[in-house]
Design a protein around this ligand. Sequence first.
Ligand code: ADP
Ligand code: TRP
Length: 330
Amino acid sequence: MARILTGIQSTGIPHLGNILGAIVPGIQLSRDPQNECFFFIADFHSLTTVHDPQVLRENTYSTAAAWLAFGFDTKTGFFYRQSDIPEVTELSWFLSNFINHSRLELAHSFKDKKEQGIEANGGLFFYPVLMAADILLYDAQVIPVGKDQKQHIEYTRDICGNFNRTYGETLIMPEARIQKEVAIVPGTDGRKMSKSYGNTIDIFEDDNRLYKRIKGIKTSTVPMGSPIDPDTCTVFALFSLIANQDQTEELRKDYQAGSIGFGHAKARLFEVMKEKFAAERVKFNELMTDKRLIDSLLHDGAEKAGIVAYETLARVREKIGYNKFAYYAQ
Ligand code: ADP
Ligand code: TRP
């Protein structure tokens, strides 16, 4: 039995990178009855960038709807909003004392912003500690994430090790699970697909908008009829992540023979995307019109997850030298 946990920030509608990098691998793991899955919406993390209450709330629904549309079974798993279980903030305070300030300064999430001359808030600096609390609060063992989160998991492991060395074995050491083929899904400009780069492909948009995004993928300039190198083309990279092997090989051959241009390749990408995600797109839209259902599933999930959180926190409090439970709960 392995305990799996992953979160997605509620900063927008999950895009293809989130889906292939986190949701699909997570759902696959959840289908194995040997696994116990904790999938949550990291809406405390979103506060580092989203300060409009309505947007924050709406994003929570779309992130939840994406997990559900891809088939997460909330009866066997744990499905919750991070903010519904505030124990995580208490644990993150404890954990912040088990990592050096200088190490936090090197976290990509913080450093990249600073290097771009963007003033980072304290929450962004603290981001990896809150993430460590997300994981350690639930004794999670396996964390399926995209490659961009590898460093954060290493921070969690360091914090866990430091805590256990100080107080004896208390917290479970987690490990990242990064699927090699989809480690980094490229965005329309060839960089890592990310909400913060505005280069996403959003499969839950309507056909027109989806096609428009696909048509906007940056390509090189190759004269008509000349061969194209598939291995340096973003359209091909995305196609190969979605299409089956035969379709991918066919496109590769067409590229190499110079018998297809980028426009046609993009049309093929659009077709495979529509086909591959047809059921999930319908389900997503249905769910977005039934937010009470989403709320009730998240409510039930928080009740289940809250019990685990409470027990871990009691264990940690006692080890540190505090009362086992907060005053009000004694
Ligand atoms: P974003 O970068 O758009 O803000 P998040 O940081 O919320 O996305 O990512 C949520 C999850 O999706 C994480 O597990 C992350 O590793 C994964 N993910 C995000 N973008 C990509 C991508 N381009 N390729 C693969 N996985 C990704
Ligand atoms: N930081 C992650 C991201 O941006 C989201 C996240 C928050 C997460 N807490 C987590 C992922 C715990 C895995 C485990 O993608």
